[in-house]
Design a protein around this ligand. Structure first.
Ligand code: URA
Length: 242
C-alpha cells in the first residue's frame, strides 16, 4: 500500500527534522530498516510495510496529520504572519511538521475549533460547499432575532453583493442579557456569520465554532490547546453531509 519513499525523506517528515539532520542521523547508525542498520538516505522504503526504527523505537508512519485546535481570541488562522501570532505558532512541539496549514479561517476574534493539517485534498473537501460539510457555531448577540430575521437565515440571505446559501439557525439560550444562537453553514465566506447578523441589525458580540461535520470540539481542550485527531474522529467529519 502507498508509494515508496526515500529513507531520508521519510525520516525528515516523520521526525519533523530537516533532510540534512535526517542524513546525520543515518550516518550515526541509529536507524534500522526491518532490523538492519541502514546509513544511506537514498534507500527506498515502503512506508506501510517496512519497519523503520530510530534508536530501537519503531516509527508509526503517518502520511498526513490532522489536528484539532481550540483557537483563542487574538490568534490568526494563517500559517505565517509578519505581525500576529498564528494557529501554527501555538502548536506544541510534538505536533509540528512542515507543510501544516489551517483548513479554513476563523476571524481573529472568533474562538473554537480549527482543523490544522498538511493534507491539501482533505482540506479542499471539507471546505468546498459542494461537499456539504457543516460548520456549527455559537453566536451571541445583544438582541433577539425576529421571525423575519430567522427566515432570511433559513432561505439564504443576500448581504451586499453576496448571496449566502441557506443556513441552519436555532435559539439556544439566554446568556445574561444576551441571546445565543446555534448557526450551521457549509460555506466559509469572509466574516460570513458576523455579516449575516449585522445585516439583520444585530451585531455579534461573540462567535465560536463548536463542530466540523459531526466532530465536536473536545470540551477538555482549553483555549490555545491542540491535539491530534484520530482516524475514527476523522470519519465523523467526512461522513457528515446535509
Ligand atoms: N463567520 C464569521 O463571521 N467569522 C468566522 O470566524 C467564521 C464564520
Amino acid at each position: 500500500m502507498g508509494d515508496n519513499v526515500r529513507l531520508d525523506k521519510y525520516l525528515s517528515s516523520q521526525l519533523n527534522v530537516s533532510r540534512n539532520d535526517a542524513k546525520k542521523l543515518l550516518r550515526g547508525g541509529s536507524v534500522t530498516v526491518n532490523g538492519t542498520v541502514t546509513k544511506k538516505g537514498d534507500v527506498s522504503v515502503k512506508p506501510y510495510e517496512d519497519t523503520v526504527a530510530v534508536s530501537g523505537h519503531t516509527l508509526e508512519y503517518k502520511k498526513y496529520i490532522y489536528i484539532m485546535q481550540h483557537k483563542p481570541k487574538g490568534v490568526v488562522s494563517a500559517s505565517v504572519s509578519p505581525s500576529d501570532v498564528t494557529v501554527i505558532d501555538i502548536l506544541p512541539e510534538e505536533l509540528r511538521r512542515s507543510g501544516l496549514f489551517p483548513a479554513g479561517r476563523l476571524d481573529k476574534d472568533t474562538t473554537g475549533f480549527v482543523l490544522i493539517t498538511d493534507d491539501g485534498e482533505f482540506a479542499h473537501n471539507i471546505l468546498s460547499p459542494s461537499h456539504h460539510v457543516e460548520k456549527t457555531y455559537l453566536a451571541e448577540t445583544g438582541e433577539i432575532l425576529t421571525d423575519d430575521d430567522i427566515k432570511r437565515f433559513l432561505d439564504g440571505m443576500k448581504v451586499g453583493e453576496d448571496v449566502f446559501r441557506p443556513a441552519g439557525i436555532k435559539f439556544m439560550e439566554k446568556h445574561g442579557d444576551n441571546y445565543v444562537y446555534e448557526v450551521k453553514i457549509c460555506e466559509g465566506r469572509y466574516h460570513q456569520i458576523r455579516r449575516m447578523f449585522a445585516s439583520c441589525g444585530k451585531p455579534l458580540l461573540e462567535l465560536s465554532r463548536i463542530k466540523i461535520g459531526e466532530l465536536s470540539l473536545s470540551e477538555d481542550l482549553l483555549p490555545g490547546q491542540s491535539r491530534e485527531i484520530s482516524p475514527d474522529e476523522l470519519k465523523k467529519i467526512r461522513e457528515k453531509s446535509l
